[in-house]
Design a protein around this ligand. Structure first.
Ligand code: HEM
Length: 138
């Protein structure tokens, strides 16, 4: 999974802390939930509720980027279950990463913004690998 090339850095700050993460995550979900490739996979959030979900995702990114210890979720189990239902490998995962990187680039620039993209790309690649392994075992 490669990080898409970024827009020119004009007047954008780096990603600095939880308030920035919350703005980023909110902007990303506005796109993902209405994206033609992803919307069916995100449909569960109309049941779970976005208000409950966004703080969990914020905790996750705060921990990844700023080493807080807040996230207590089940990252792998949640996505494995979604993958079984919606086949997230390939197109959907690539689209997720594209939208994430595009949203980061439009809002932020700097070392932590870069890390938000490279960490996401590494996690998407790990998910892809684990799912292609289970496919070949079928
Ligand atoms: C095709 C790609 C992806 C789709 C469609 C997707 C969709 C979703 C959905 C629908 C949920 C909520 C599930 C639930 O509450 O039952 C969720 C949870 C989450 N997603 Fe993703 N996701 C994708 C990839 C990723 C990636 C690459 C990351 C991070 C790099 C990520 C981060 C998270 C986090 C932190 C949660 C919260 C998990 C928890 O409840 O502990 N997702 N995702």
């Amino acid at each position: 999974m490669t990080v898409p090339s970024k827009a020119p850095a004009v007047g954008r700050p780096d990603l600095r802390g939880r308030a920035d993460i919350d703005r980023l995550v909110t902007a990303f979900y506005e796109r993902a939930l209405t994206d033609p490739v992803l919307e069916s996979a995100f449909e569960i959030l109309t049941i779970v509720g976005l208000e409950a979900h966004l703080p969990v995702v914020g905790d996750f990114w705060e921990q990844i980027l700023f080493r807080t210890v807040r996230y207590q979720g089940e990252f792998v189990a949640v996505h494995d279950a979604l993958h079984r239902q919606h086949d997230l490998a390939g197109e959907k995962l690539a689209r997720w990463l594209h939208l994430w990187c595009e949203t980061v680039d439009e809002m932020f620039t700097g070392p932590d913004a870069e890390r938000a993209k490279t960490k996401a790309a590494a996690m998407a690649a790990a998910m892809e690998r684990s799912w292609s392994g289970s496919r070949s075992r079928r």
